[in-house]
Design a protein. Structure first.
Length: 104
């Protein structure tokens, strides 16, 4: 009984390997498609990173105004608001720079 099970699994493994290699040959693409996709993605990097940096600048301006209003009204959480908005702006600006460095 064990030998029949072992033969069955060895045949199944051989068939699975054959199907895998056949599928990998059938689905293989030339490097021209990959090069074209890389060029297309690279063309979007600069506008997207500039957009992210611009969003970071707008968020920074809005945050500055909100922190100023809190400060003038005497709110106790001014330092917490400053750290939150500064962290958000710093994150957005760094994301824009990192995206440029990944695709440059």
């Amino acid at each position: 009984m064990k030998t029949k099970i072992q033969r069955f699994f060895s045949k199944a493994a051989a068939i699975a390997a054959a199907v895998f290699f056949w599928a990998s040959d059938a689905l293989a693409q030339s490097s021209a498609g990959i090069d074209q996709a890389t060029a297309e993605v690279s063309s979007y990097v600069d506008p997207v990173s500039n957009l992210i940096i611009a969003i970071g600048a707008v968020v920074g301006l809005i945050g500055g105004v909100r922190v100023y209003i809190k400060w003038q009204s005497g709110d106790q959480d001014t330092q917490k608001a400053i750290m939150g908005w500064f962290g958000a702006c710093l994150f957005l600006i760094l994301v824009g720079v990192v995206i440029k460095s990944f695709f440059a």
